[in-house]
Ligand binder design. Structure first.
Ligand SMILES: *[C@@H]1O[C@H](CO)[C@@H](O)[C@H](O)[C@H]1NC(C)=O
Length: 522
């Protein structure tokens, strides 16, 4: 199906985008000539009638529904003329719309379509017999005609070849289909922005990493002006990146913007790769901005899959400052290991607790729980990333060794915490005989979550600590399978603690809480 010599990155792209497009693309609409999401620079032609001779003729006017008399007009009346549209990112194309120039005299009566992934290897759309298909074009200068392809194609570049015309080969077009991977990805609050350095934080002032997102009105600025500075976006689970966007700094009277930059990417922030175009040995130097607020977009000819993407300013005007964004395929699959969704419709974000060190009560008495001889109930079961809600896959907290048992996870670093999700036990996997955990759970009154910078001394109460939030047994709230506890305010801390409280004045002192999975999110 694909011509020999198609490079591997293009093949990868066909696979990635082709697969996603084939599996998930359900819309079938205009791809951007009408709306302008296809920029003027993405429209080119074999030749164009000089504007000095006719102001109405330009590639950028090759859009259906533009006012009459505007359109693309080939310079020559020749059947080897073509109009090319770069869709930026590969799309699943099902058809096209064509229109004459709207001057009453010029239109294209038949045309052919060719397509490509890399603007280098081209194929014609064929008919049933495998011949280059000649499409019926327009019959007057005004009406819009809709043509269908026999079967959809996956392509980034589309060419309209003029075959026959009335008076002059002039036309306006739109391409129809579905395009998945041209959407902003890694946006706040889910995308996390950080930087090599940033100027000191002052109220109302700008320059923080978050000010560098493409929709901000401000800009990120590093402390130093050298080529070692970078701004990083963490998009979450590795995501297909197809384009990069940049702007200058918006909130200063001075002229601060980045004229050239490089891009690097990584899955772990340890091993980095500089972005190179296919067949190039050197990192690509992207053209940046030359004013404060214009948006500059680059579509990548070698899209990549990655979690962390860095922008490295190389040349700048005034001082380094920029706003950046990424285009790609929003991640839709099951969250990969170490990621979670707060609710079913939000993106995958990092689970800060995943496989981190955890313990019950004090770090020294690591495995204490209601039945010491059991292998179940280990503290780490709550952060193993396995959504196993069987008793055997859960952590037990009980008051055998203290009035308020505490489960703790060490996030490794001090970080912002917005909330905690607790998956509770729903009665699965209880062994026969003995007093059931369910009975003990009836004596559980509340779970309180704290976020702390330091560990407390053993037996010191957390009641006055840095509380994030709590959930109580009122209306059985405590016994829902999934408890989402958003911190009342945003906390900074390294340790997340969950403390269990028994029902006051209960006839039996014994209570237990069963934590099957605990997730912590920023
Ligand atoms: C990142 O991981 C994904 C798989 O999860 C892989 O497809 C991709 O190539 C990796 N990217 C880098 C830069 O290592």
């Amino acid at each position: 199906m694909w011509p020999h010599g198609l490079n591997t990155s293009a093949l990868l792209l066909v696979f990635l985008i082709g697969n996603t497009a084939a599996n998930f693309c359900i819309t079938n609409g205009p791809l951007g000539m009408i709306t302008g999401s296809i920029h003027d620079w993405q429209i080119t032609a074999s030749s164009t009638y000089p504007q000095d001779w006719d102001k109405g003729c330009s590639e950028k006017y090759a859009r259906v529904y533009l006012p009459n008399k505007l359109g693309w007009c080939a310079k020559y009346k020749s059947s080897s003329e073509w109009l090319q549209v770069d869709l930026g990112v590969a799309a699943r194309v099902t058809g096209a719309m064509t229109q004459g120039r709207g001057d009453g005299v010029e239109w294209v009566t038949s045309f052919m379509i060719s397509y490509s992934m890399d603007a280098f290897h081209w194929q014609y759309v064929t008919d049933h017999y495998g011949n280059q298909r000649v499409f019926e074009g327009n019959t007057d200068s005004y009406a819009i005609r809709h043509v269908y392809l026999d079967k959809p194609i996956i392509a980034r570049y589309i060419k309209f070849h003029t075959v026959h015309w009335h008076r002059h080969p002039s036309m306006r077009v739109e391409i129809l289909g579905c395009q998945l991977c041209k959407e902003p990805v890694g946006l706040p609050p889910y995308g996390k922005i950080s930087a090599s350095s940033s100027r000191k934080f002052k109220k109302k002032s700008s320059c923080q990493p978050d000010d560098g997102n493409i929709f901000s009105t401000k800009g990120w600025c590093p402390k130093k002006q050298d080529t070692n500075q970078w701004m990083q976006i963490d998009v979450g689970p590795p995501t297909l990146i197809t384009g990069v966007i940049s702007k200058g700094r918006g909130d200063t009277k001075r002229k601060h913007w980045v004229e050239r930059f490089k891009i690097s990417y990584s899955n772990d922030t340890q091993v980095w790769y500089f972005y190179k175009d296919a067949h190039h040995l050197d990192p690509k130097l992207f053209g940046g901005n030359n004013d404060k607020n214009s948006v500059r977009t680059h579509f990548l000819n070698s899209p990549f899959v990655s979690r962390y993407i860095r922008f490295h300013p190389i040349e700048w005007k005034g001082r380094i400052s920029m706003r950046v964004g990424l285009l790609g395929c929003p991640f839709t699959g099951v969250c990969t290991d170490g990621f979670m969704r707060v609710n079913d419709d939000t993106p995958c974000v990092e689970n800060l607790a995943y496989k981190k060190e955890s313990w019950i009560n004090s770090k020294r008495h690591y495995k204490r729980h209601i039945r010491n001889h059991l292998t179940e109930g280990h503290a780490s079961r709550a952060v193993d990333g396995v959504m196993d809600l069987n008793l055997q896959g859960c952590t037990f907290l009980d008051n055998l060794y203290g009035d308020n048992p505490v489960w703790t996870v060490d996030l490794g670093d001090t970080t912002d915490v917005s909330g905690v999700i607790i998956y509770t036990w729903q009665g699965e996997g209880q062994e026969k005989g003995g007093k059931s955990f369910r009975e003990y759970m009836k004596n559980l009154d509340k779970l309180v979550v704290y976020i702390d910078e330091d560990l407390r001394e053993e037996d010191e109460s957390y009641a006055s600590g840095n509380m994030c939030n709590y959930v109580s047994s009122l209306n059985n709230a405590l016994f829902h399978q999934k408890l989402i506890l958003q911190c009342i305010r945003r906390h900074k801390g390294r340790y997340v603690l969950i403390e269990a409280w028994g029902v006051p004045n209960s006839w039996s002192r014994l209570f237990s809480a069963v934590l099957c999975e605990v997730q912590v999110f920023k």
